[in-house]
Design a protein around this ligand. Structure first.
Ligand code: XMP
Length: 550
């Protein structure tokens, strides 16, 4: 319903030092009783669950069809109804189990969730003349409100609605209004029902997190125990429980997810874990070395480093088409990994059980998108479900990140001592630099791109911009043009700078890098990287462009 709001996940994320020293995790490793966010189709539903977790309270996103029995079975502490695109009286508009409102559990309805609560409890919702989209002034009309007390009487909130509640549910009192909506928030403290028309979960509602905290801490009495330390303790126990004394295999990619998953498993079962790092030769400068140094030397993880660059480059020779390159890198990766897995399996003593467990860095967002359930242990036993699995060995998956959002993975990584550059690394495609070289991938082109990319990232880091940018990288197009260096004409490649801001890679805008930083990047690349005589800046948003060039 709303415009896309630029949100930066890490912006509001608690740092590890901030959460250290909080109350000790309770039984269940900080999970305590969950807050269930019922997904009514709003674009911010996942964000609500994330924000609740940023308040150190465990939450899960569940379908809106979840009824009171399921809520009781999960021993939920409170319920949040998300926003959604529908009108409550529309045919097919999602509704929730009305018994939820009589369950004595606290319920917070946000936007559509508030309207739905009003409609299902005998209040009224109407299409008003004035829709509110974006920043809106909210007036707290009841200073004794539980959710809004002691917050400014006038405050800015983010609205996104056409319909409004025109009569609250019987027994509820109106506690805030906005210019277009006399009923912008209501509360029924007796029944523990709360509704807000605005979105407390977005950064454009400056006091939004305080509103959420009041609901969580004061109304629902939820202790803030979901911390990185608690997550680690919980996962370590689960992993030990799952794998016992058996051996575990993990493929490292250089990215943060596989790194954190591997470290969790290593913390749990030590040398029962073997990591295989398939180095396809398509990583950025220094990354392969960093994986080996971090895992091998620093964490003392049993690490098999397979330098397979030659193998990949040979197969990529003469290939222009990006999809074809992707397929080759994917297939080759599986083959190399299979070879290693078989070799390791054969190398096991006859007395040892065969290799059975494989670590997979599945995130909670993947679980949600595939319609899965976070709390359900991974029991998938198939060699078809996962990319990199040998055909003749059946694996059971170990998925220690299955409950975590990306920003939580990063915080757990920090807590586990993963070096900062690995924790905060920009997303990087599996086929690596192969798809950032347009046209054929050759050793020379790889070298040019890798050097230019390293200069670009060094300057972006030096300017303090790295964390504000979603992805920043160099692209090497398959063209050359004329230039002049000294007294000589050159015929060399351009480098394209691609830097975007984004929240989830679905949409993106080009990052406004200051001119002086661009100037330094351009002169350094042209002076330091052979075969390059121009630097260009990509100023396209997504859509219609994409983030990668390919
Ligand atoms: P596009 O270019 O489609 O990219 O805007 C969206 C996000 O996906 C990443 N990406 C890939 N990741 N394998 C990956 O693992 C791929 O083949 C691939 N292609 C694009 C891209 O970096 C961006 O974060």
């Amino acid at each position: 319903m709303a415009d896309v709001v630029p949100l930066r996940g890490h912006e509001a994320a608690a740092t590890v030092s901030e959460v250290a020293g909080e109350r000790a995790p309770g039984p269940g490793g900080g999970k305590e009783r969950p807050i269930l966010v019922l997904d009514l189709g709003g674009q911010y539903a996942q964000l609500i669950a994330r924000r609740i977790r940023e308040c150190r309270v465990y939450s899960e996103l569940v379908p809106s069809s979840v009824g009171v029995d399921e809520v009781r079975r999960r021993d939920a502490r409170a319920i949040v109804l998300s926003g959604g695109p529908s009108s409550v009286y529309a045919q097919d508009a999602p509704i929730v189990d009305p018994s939820l409102f009589d369950s004595a559990l606290p319920v917070l309805g946000i936007c559509y969730g508030m309207q739905l609560m009003a409609a299902q409890l005998g209040g009224r919702v109407d299409r008003t003349d004035i829709a509110e989209f974006g920043r809106t002034e909210l007036e707290v009309t009841e200073p004794s409100s539980e959710l809004l007390a002691d917050l400014p009487a006038q405050q800015t909130v983010w609205m996104s609605h056409r319909d409004s509640v025109v009569a609250p549910p019987a027994g509820a009192r109106v506690v805030a209004s906005s210019p277009a909506t006399p009923i912008a928030a209501f509360e029924d403290a007796g029944r523990r029902l709360y509704g807000v028309q605005f979105h407390p979960e977005v950064v454009h509602t400056p006091h939004g997190m305080e509103v959420l905290k009041r609901f969580l801490y004061d109304v629902a009495d939820a202790p803030p125990v979901w911390t990185p330390t608690a997550v680690i303790e919980d996962q370590v126990a689960r992993i030990r429980d799952q794998v016992g004394t058996q051996r575990v295999l993990c493929a490292l990619s250089g990215g943060v997810d596989s790194a954190v998953a591997a470290l969790l498993v290593h913390k749990a079962v030590g040398d029962q874990l073997t990591c295989v790092f398939v180095d396809h030769g398509l990583l950025r400068k220094g990354e392969a070395e960093q994986v080996v140094e971090t895992f091998g030397s620093h964490f003392h993880v049993l690490l098999v480093h397979v330098d397979a660059a030659e193998r990949f480059l040979t197969r990529l020779a003469g290939i222009d088409d990006p999809e074809h390159k992707r397929r080759i890198v994917g297939e080759e990766f599986i083959r190399v990994f299979e070879d290693e897995a078989r070799r390791l399996d054969r190398g096991l003593a006859a007395t040892e059980p065969p290799l059975r467990f494989l670590v997979q860095g599945t995130l909670y967002s993947d679980v949600i998108e595939s319609g899965g359930q976070a709390g359900v242990a991974a029991t998938i036993k198939s060699h078809h479900n996962v990319g990199a699995l040998p055909d003749d060995i059946e694996f059971e998956l170990v998925e220690p990140l299955r409950l975590l959002f990306k920003d939580e993975v990063r915080r757990v990584g920090e807590e586990l001592g993963l070096p900062e550059p690995m924790v905060w690394r920009h997303p990087f495609p599996g086929p690596g630099l192969a798809i950032r070289i347009i046209g054929e991938v050759t050793r020379e082109r790889l070298e040019i791109l890798r050097e230019a990319d390293a200069v670009l990232l060094e300057e972006i880091r030096r300017a303090g911009l790295y964390r504000d940018i979603w992805q920043c990288f160099a692209v090497l197009p398959a063209i050359r043009s004329v230039g002049v260096q000294g007294d000589e004409r050159t015929y060399a490649y351009p480098i394209v700078i691609r830097a975007v801001t984004s929240d989830d890679a679905m949409t993106a805008d080009w990052a406004r890098i200051p001119y002086d930083v661009l100037q330094t990047i351009s002169s350094r690349i042209i002076n330091e990287v052979e075969h390059v005589n121009r630097v260009a800046l990509d100023i396209s948003s997504k859509p219609p462009a994409t983030i990668e060039w390919e």
